[in-house]
Design a protein. Structure first.
Length: 249
């Protein structure tokens, strides 16, 4: 049996306590604001995520920049690590909601913050009818609010070191909304990456925003072809990231 690293245990305990206190602290504010100040709760959660990353000694270096929030986009990225969740929120994507696995609601402080941010909680792929209802509801909300949205086409953490299979949900959503795809690549060096676990080590995560992919003229019948073309781009970007000398450590 592997012996637990005391530093990892301390970091996990402190970050867990901090996230619990942060969730409890925002609840009275949410009550006073009738749970209707989603953007304020999102900004608050961004600061919480940044502090948690600091507690683990993790920095985020960003190349490029997200959209300014005036245009609705569908953000997509690769998803290879537990770290991703905190990096995504720490980026502070303007006027953006998230899709998140419903399983994570079991982590109560995380579930509270995610609910306040207006997160759309998903179910596994083996429940297609329920997934369709979730996406249909999200689409109606996004059409009304003109907010941007983030979701991972891979749908789960892919820890093989490669880009995984892409689901079509993000691309179907972008097609129906008529919103461009806003892709970005997340690179986490091997020596700091906990994969599907939580034993992250101090270091720097690199996020690279890529040019928008316009969806004007896309048809729902062509969604599979479009998602495969975007996946090919991610495969290329992933290979390029690992060709940087420090990436092989």
């Amino acid at each position: 049996m592997k012996r637990r690293d005391p530093r990892t245990v301390v970091r996990a305990t402190v970050s867990g306590l901090f996230m619990t206190l942060a969730a409890l602290a925002i609840l009275p504010v949410a009550v006073v604001t009738f749970f209707r100040s989603r953007r304020m709760y999102a900004r608050y959660s961004t600061h919480v995520a940044r502090i948690i990353l600091r507690l683990w000694g993790l920095g985020v270096r960003v190349h490029g920049r997200p959209q300014d929030g005036t245009r609705q986009v569908v953000y997509v990225s690769n998803h290879s690590s537990t770290i991703d969740l905190f990096v995504l929120v720490a980026l502070g994507l303007p006027n953006t909601r998230f899709f998140l696995s419903g399983f994570l609601q079991k982590i109560v402080p995380l579930g509270i913050l995610a609910h306040l941010m207006g997160t759309f909680f998903t179910v596994p792929q083996d429940r297609p009818e329920e997934r369709r209802r979730i996406f249909a509801r999200a689409c109606k909300i996004l059409m009304r609010t003109h907010e941007s949205v983030y979701l991972s086409p891979e749908g789960m953490r892919v820890t093989t070191g490669r880009i995984g299979h892409f689901n079509k949900g993000a691309f179907h959503l972008a097609t129906v909304l008529g919103a461009p795809i806003a892709p970005f690549h997340i690179f986490i060096p091997r020596d700091i990456d906990p994969g599907a676990g939580y034993r992250a080590r101090p270091g720097t995560v690199v996020v690279t925003f890529k040019p928008l992919i316009e969806t004007t003229g896309w048809q729902v019948e062509e969604v599979v072809a479009h998602k495969e073309r975007v996946r090919d781009l991610f495969v290329l970007w992933h290979q390029q990231a690992w060709q940087v000398p420090h990436a092989r450590t």
